[in-house]
Design a protein around this ligand. Structure first.
Ligand code: ADP
Ligand code: MG
Length: 596
């Protein structure tokens, strides 16, 4: 097929006929939708932003008549929804988000309401990310990619961004703009370059200013939508066609499209800016153990998607303001370090399905989403002075990702929470409420799991209370307990040969060798020279243990290594390990460069 023929085929693939292209371009430039894409506020200190959370309920798709299988979840208004409470058929559980998109919402509703508003930040040198979350079959790929008839977030965002950068970077305008794309997949904790499938697992690095880079990742310059398609469509096919169990693979891998917008000022002071946009179709959030034939304890290497699991932990840590956020425990969270709780404007779109068989996954996706909206991002502008003034923008195909050499340090850390921008009300959610699915004839495996969950919640004294109507603090504790319980079950189901799932045990790998050595030395000095009072400043050392340590030192002389603590009578090996972990991680968190 010639290039023109190929172009036409791709346009058909996206449903991007001339009319739709005009419609999308018009949306980008006319301000249709809620937000006009423009380079407003460039140079101003950006207001703080938090992660927006939208929920999208897809319609019934498998041909089952809705009447015979009414939905177990429904929208109430443009921000809230309710789901049947399996414990009490008279009750529902209610959730509120930044936006709720009902089953009749269109791709344009989601794009204009939740995605388009954050794109302008790219031209301010800030990062943005869009993550589609939810169980397999709930509509993540439909939302992100879409179909020829209904293009999703990715083609719409690319169309708008390219149009905008063409306008803003035109001759005579103050900034020269260039756009590049990379496309990668995280599968079984390997980072794979979809634009160069022959390259192996890539490493993710962080510079000392907190910028995340992937050296060696292919980066293609794009100046038009046709350029984008030329790279993206074959790469998408790479993603799935190569795998024999393609469904399994695509539902367990995270597809990450990275679009970078570089700006160079044409006149003094020759500033330069870089904004990154991540568009991510996450792996299915369903519990794969349930899909097997051996029930809950299924030993199956893919039972836990490490990255998704850690994503939940990262969100928890950010919500609770913990000093250590476990970004390094998975590839996805490492990559998103500057997109969640970092410098980006993020939107998480939780996709859910109305069918009863999705019930448990829906509850779990909603709980995940309810936590995520507490995350606070701290936007800052990636701006610096150009080293090579007015050098033409030259991009090699394998230019390293990431910051320019002279990227300025992170902006002020201590911004206060701003009130979120209102999200446009999706028109389609005002429909009359339909009856909810009665969950009386539930499948026994699901019932057993729900009963376990219920027992756990009951033991916490919250029997009968819908999760989200409990006070926030209590809710966090409950959800954490449930997750910990879940983790216990998950870990039981793992072979010892799956070390990556036991990230907690590998805490020493999470910090640099220098910091580790420094932390050990600092603690050793304190053990050998500190008074009992000094020793109490250490984690896990109370007055009694402090006395024991001083006593041991007087009897035996200085400790030669921190592990000698185990020799002190009254301190077990396990206590020694937990002491080391708590103190070294604490020190490392306090000394990190960039945000913790
Ligand atoms: P996921 O990527 O989460 O596994 P998909 O996006 O593949 O789910 O969606 C599963 C099926 O449902 C597909 O056939 C898709 O076309 C259809 N679908 C998903 N969302 C919608 C929607 N909002 N409207 C119509 N069909 C949808
Ligand atoms: Mg999918």
């Amino acid at each position: 097929m010639g290039e023109a023929g190929q172009r036409r085929a791709w346009n058909r693939r996206w449903g991007l006929g001339a009319a739709r292209r005009r419609e999308m371009a018009a949306t980008a430039t006319s301000g249709a939708g809620r937000c006009r894409l423009s380079k407003v506020g460039a140079g101003r200190r950006p207001p703080p932003a938090r992660v927006r959370v939208a929920v999208r309920l897809r319609p019934f798709v498998d041909g089952t008549a809705e009447a015979s299988d009414p939905p177990c979840v429904r929208g109430m208004d443009s921000c809230s929804l309710e789901i049947a409470n399996w414990r009490n058929h008279q009750e529902t559980l209610k959730y509120q988000f930044d936006a709720f998109y009902g089953e009749r919402s269109t791709q344009q509703d989601i794009y204009a309401g939740s995605v388009q508003p954050i794109l302008r930040h790219l031209l301010e040198g800030q990062n943005a990310s869009v993550l589609a979350y939810g169980p397999t079959g709930a509509g993540k790929t439909h939302t992100m990619l879409g179909s020829p008839e209904q293009p999703g977030v990715i083609p719409r965002a690319l169309m708008d961004l390219l149009q905008l950068t063409r306008e803003e970077g035109a001759e005579g305008r103050p900034w020269a703009l260039s756009v590049t794309m990379s496309y990668l997949e995280i599968y079984q904790e390997k980072v794979l370059d979809l634009l160069d499938p022959a390259s192996g697992d890539l490493v993710i690095r962080e510079d000392c200013r907190g910028n995340i880079l992937i050296p060696g990742l292919t980066q293609k310059p794009i100046t038009s939508f046709a350029d984008f398609e030329r790279h993206f469509l074959p790469a998408s096919r790479n993603r799935t066609v190569g795998a024999t169990r393609l469904n399994q693979r695509s539902s367990r891998s995270h597809a990450v499209l990275l679009v970078k917008v570089d700006q160079r000022e044409r006149l003094a002071p020759f500033r330069q800016r870089e904004g990154k946009l991540y568009l991510i179709d996450l792996a299915g959030s369903e519990d794969n153990r349930r899909t097997g034939n051996k029930g809950l304890r299924l030993k199956e290497s893919g039972a836990i998607n490490t990255s998704l699991f850690v994503l939940g932990k990262v969100v928890d840590a950010l919500n609770q303001g913990l000093p250590r956020v476990p970004y390094r425990d998975s590839k996805l969270t490492r990559l998103l370090q500057d997109s969640l709780g970092g410098s980006a404007h993020s939107i998480l779109i939780a996709n859910i399905a109305p069918e009863r068989r999705f019930y448990l996954d829906t509850v779990s996706a909603l709980n995940f989403a309810a936590r995520s909206k507490e995350v606070i991002n701290r936007p800052f502008t990636n701006e610096s002075l150009q080293l090579h003034v007015l050098a033409p923008v030259k991009l090699s195909q394998k230019e390293l990702l990431g910051p320019s050499e002279v990227k300025r340090a992170r902006g002020p850390e201590e911004e206060e929470l701003g009130s979120p921008e209102p999200i446009a009300a999706p028109a389609s959610t005002s429909q009359k409420l339909s009856p909810l699915q009665k969950l009386s004839s539930m499948d026994p495996a699901m019932l057993e799991r729900l009963l376990n969950l219920d027992r756990l919640l009951g033991s916490q004294g919250s029997q009968g209370a819908p999760l989200l109507s409990t006070p926030r603090r209590e809710r966090m504790v409950l959800m954490k307990t449930v997750e910990e319980k879940d983790l216990e079950i998950e870990l039981e189901s793992l072979d010892a040969s799956e070390p990556e799932a036991r990230a907690e045990d590998c805490w020493e790998l999470q910090i640099s060798p220098e910091l580790l050595a420094h932390g050990r030395q600092k603690i050793l000095d304190l053990l050998n020279e500190g008074s009992a009072r000094d020793l109490r400043s250490l984690q896990r050392i109370g007055p009694k243990k402090a006395q024991l340590i001083v006593g041991w030192r007087e009897l035996h002389g200085p400790f030669s290594q921190v592990e000698d603590l185990e020799l002190v009578e009254g301190i077990t090996g396990k206590q020694m390990e937990s002491f080391l972990k708590a103190n070294i991680l604490g020190l490392a968190a306090g000394q990190r460069c960039g945000p913790s």
